[in-house]
Ligand binder design. Structure first.
Ligand SMILES: [Mn+2]
Length: 465
């Protein structure tokens, strides 16, 4: 690649190895270097790469963030943040220096990324930043008794500042977070250039002895909508629950929330926020199954259309869940991963995160309805030329086998990716779009072809404006 994909690391060879590792990770999400590498020598090279002091998580994240910042200019960006734990089952007990995850037994790390999503079409713009924690302290017993500034929630407080800095130049920034982000300090300290959209976790006091949830429930309905509640596959003692459809009522209004007794006394004593409340009209008996999203936001909400816009933006939080799902593979085993230090593990998890964002970006952008631009994925004119050349070799003689999408769209790129994966190219009946796994496999092949083409045509390329 003309521009390295993973980072510069101050050395061309390191940058090239980084790109090879990233491409391998896109193809197959695993923490095992032997599985990632195609030869034994390459596995050793990947190991040496991670050991190298110039290869830092900071350079990988800063590089991704720079690309995202360029693409985000002038757009309304949803900065979606969430935490996920990556577990590594272990057979021989805890290794020195590796932390444990929530169950206090498995080795693992916490990943807290922020991803940039286009508020208009929902396509991924890129990674904004990420915090990784190798938690060596064991599970936190009682997080409510701690100050918000303490370790566990600090990442939620710094997220908006990170986004404000990294997405400077965006037309608008909205942080989108689930209930974990419902921290008074975050609303009180949010930078002026950043909006917040957070699902309420706490039934806060809204003054005059009133509580948030009951207050919202008393507002008049702005509309009713049918929504599909996805199936739940069990785990953690919960049984599997089938997909269902249900009717929800949407309400909106304004509340003033009080500073909780546990919060920093230097913060404002009260804050005025808008609320969009989505709750089932006939909720099921079991309160755990009920749909109730009480969405707190700094955006103005004065019409039912604006309320539904808030709901749509919140639902795009799904994107970060998909990134986590792409990252996680079953049976990751630290013992056999040739990863010897927690720091190297965190580097590899960073590569896995960047790879997962790239894969999901193409998976989501393949839908021509999004209208997402190719420039969100491919930066240089040389790579675009290479893709045009590859596209020409993949198109058939008949009209039916021409790439039907605009050459500047991500859907056009996806058509090439899918064709390389052996997809027939016919869009008539029986066509089933490829999922993340197939796309990831094809992306690696395509990246290699683009590289080869750019290399072979370098002399011709220098003449370009
Ligand atoms: Mn969460």
């Amino acid at each position: 690649m003309e521009q390295p994909q993973l980072g510069h690391f101050g050395d061309r060879r390191l940058a090239a190895t980084g790109d090879a590792l990233l491409q391998a990770m896109q193809k197959q999400q695993t923490m095992c270097l032997h599985a990632l590498a195609s030869t034994r020598n390459e596995a050793l090279r990947f190991g040496a790469f991670l050991d190298n002091g110039s290869v830092t998580r900071h350079e990988m994240l800063a590089h991704a963030s720079r690309l995202t910042r360029q693409r985000a200019a002038g757009r309304h960006v949803l900065a979606i943040a969430d935490t996920s734990e990556i577990n590594f089952a272990t057979h021989t007990g805890r290794k020195r220096g590796f932390g444990t995850v929530g169950n206090g037994r498995d080795i693992g790390v916490f990943v807290h990324p922020i991803i940039a999503v286009d508020a208009e079409h929902g396509g991924i713009i890129g990674l904004v930043g990420a915090e990784m924690v190798n938690r060596t302290d064991g599970p936190v017993e009682d997080h409510k008794s701690r100050d918000a500034d303490e370790k566990e929630s600090r990442r939620w407080l710094t997220g908006a500042e990170t986004a404000a800095y990294a997405l400077e130049g965006a037309a608008m920034i909205t942080m989108v977070e689930d209930r974990e982000g419902d921290i008074y300090d975050q609303f009180a300290r949010c930078p002026e250039t950043v909006h917040l959209l957070v699902r309420a976790a706490q039934d806060r006091s809204v003054g005059r002895g009133q509580r948030l949830f009951k207050t919202c429930g008393g507002w008049s309905e702005a509309g009713r909508y049918i929504i599909t509640v996805p199936a739940r596959h069990g785990g953690y003692g919960k049984g599997a629950i089938a997909e269902r459809t249900t009717v929800v009522a949407v309400r909106y209004g304004e509340v003033t929330i009080k500073r909780p007794a546990t919060a920093d006394k230097t913060l404002k004593a009260a804050l005025t926020l808008r609320v969009v409340d989505v709750r089932e009209v006939n909720p099921p008996e079991d309160p755990r199954l009920r749909i109730h999203w009480c969405l707190l936001t700094t955006h103005d909400v004065t019409t039912p259309q604006e309320a539904m816009q808030i709901v749509r933006w919140y639902r795009l939080r799904w994107t970060i869940e998909q990134v986590f799902r792409t990252m996680k593979t079953d049976g990751m085993d630290v013992e056999t991963s040739q990863i010897t230090t927690p720091n190297n593990l965190l580097k590899l998890v960073t590569v896995a995160l960047i790879a997962a964002v790239r894969v999901m970006q193409v998976v989501i952008g393949r839908d021509p309805a999004t209208g997402q631009k190719l420039s969100d994925v491919i930066g240089s004119p040389a790579e675009v030329l290479a893709l045009q050349a590859i596209n020409a070799t993949l198109e058939g003689r008949t009209e039916k086998l021409k790439n039907p999408h605009k050459p500047d769209s991500l859907a056009w790129y996806y058509w090439i990716v899918a064709r390389m994966g052996g997809w027939s190219g016919y869009t008539s009946k029986g066509y089933k779009p490829a999922g993340p796994k197939i796309i990831a496999r094809c992306l690696k092949k395509l990246d290699a072809m683009v590289d080869g083409w750019v290399l072979a045509n370098r002399s011709a390329l220098t003449r370009l404006p």
